[in-house]
Design a protein. Structure first.
Ligand code: NAP
Length: 284
């Protein structure tokens, strides 16, 4: 069976080029650019790299980018001050709180104060509620990137059996709702699920968003199905996903690589969300 690689890197590149064009055209007419602020608390090395990548990606498409790095010992109210300042700043259209924050910072309090119109990670209760209600709103970037990648490769979703492995607030749960909205039949598998393999083997599309190397084995999938690997696991200086790629790829019809799959799509959707937030504020 010929397996198609769902290339997130290439797709994200096209999305970024499309956005850059729209941003330049808009700037030419209005002299305004979308502004994205990324807030990092502490000096976690992986988070610093993510923040730097987001900064680079947003400036490359012509956005105004701001990085705010607060010391590790910042209190919840000190972080809130920054969020309130960005909420009020008309040149900032998107605010991203880089997660995780240090344990003494209450992320739920931060999210409660973040202006939902600038919530480009789609994590506030307002945007989660809009997703639940099936209404337009800012959607979390990783699930949005997964749907966008499947759409761009014209993978049918309506009527299909989808299994999402993982039920986090960031990925699994919102993704399941987004698949339902697209008329898929969705099952969520998590750490307490009995006999997960029996469930995934029935699926047309399996999404693994767990963080366990080689969790999804060849005998977990139906031949010809589509496999999306969201996992990021650091091993021997490299990155691998949750799917045993070399054994699964030959039997499925489509699969995302790690790296080069959902990671670049997530950043592209952050930019797309910032563009939407900007348009909602200043108009098109
Ligand atoms: P998370 O908050 O740790 O959630 C992991 C989920 O996996 C939980 O729902 C957990 O179930 C479930 N799980 C754990 N062990 C399992 C098992 N043996 N079988 C089935 N389910 C199991 O992680 P996350 O934020 O959703 O991220 C998941 C993975 O995606 C991580 O590797 C992360 O690095 C990666 N990620 C990648 C991107 C990207 O851009 N590519 C973006 C975000 C996340 P319980 O709820 O029962 O504990």
């Amino acid at each position: 069976m010929q397996t198609e690689l769902l290339d997130g890197k290439l797709t994200a590149q096209s999305i970024r080029q499309e956005l850059a064009k729209k941003i330049e055209e808009h700037y030419y007419r209005t002299n305004l650019r979308p502004g994205l602020a990324v807030v990092l608390v502490g000096d976690d090395p992986a988070s610093k790299i993510y923040v730097r990548n987001k900064h680079r990606a947003s400036t490359q498409v012509g956005m105004e980018s701001r990085q705010i790095i607060l010391p590790d010992h910042s209190t919840t109210s000190q972080v809130l001050e920054t969020i309130e300042m960005l909420n009020q700043d008309p040149s900032v259209h998107g605010i991203l709180m880089q997660l995780p924050v240090p344990p003494h910072v209450d992320v739920q309090v931060i999210l409660r104060h973040l202006d939902p119109r600038k919530d480009v990670d789609g994590l506030t209760a307002t945007n989660m509620g809009l997703l639940m209600a099936g209404q337009p709103g800012l959607r979390p970037c990783t699930p949005l990137g997964i749907i966008e990648l499947l759409d761009r490769y014209q993978v049918p979703l309506a009527g299909k059996r989808v299994v999402v492995i993982g039920r986090s607030q960031l990925v699994g749960r919102p993704l399941a709702l987004m698949f339902i909205q697209r008329d898929a039949t969705v099952t969520i598998v998590h750490s307490k699920t009995e006999a997960p393999r029996e469930i995934t083997r029935d699926a047309d599309i399996v999404v693994a968003a767990v963080g366990r190397v080689n969790l999804v084995q060849r005998d977990w999938i139906k031949p010809g199905s589509t496999i999306v690997d969201v996992g990021i696991n650091r091993v021997d200086g490299g990155i691998v996903g949750d799917v045993d790629f070399s054994n699964v790829a030959p039997v499925c019809s489509r699969i995302t690589p790690v790296p080069g799959g959902i990671g670049p799509m997530t950043i592209a959707m952050l930019l797309a969300n910032t563009w939407h937030a900007f348009q909602e504020t200043v108009g098109s």
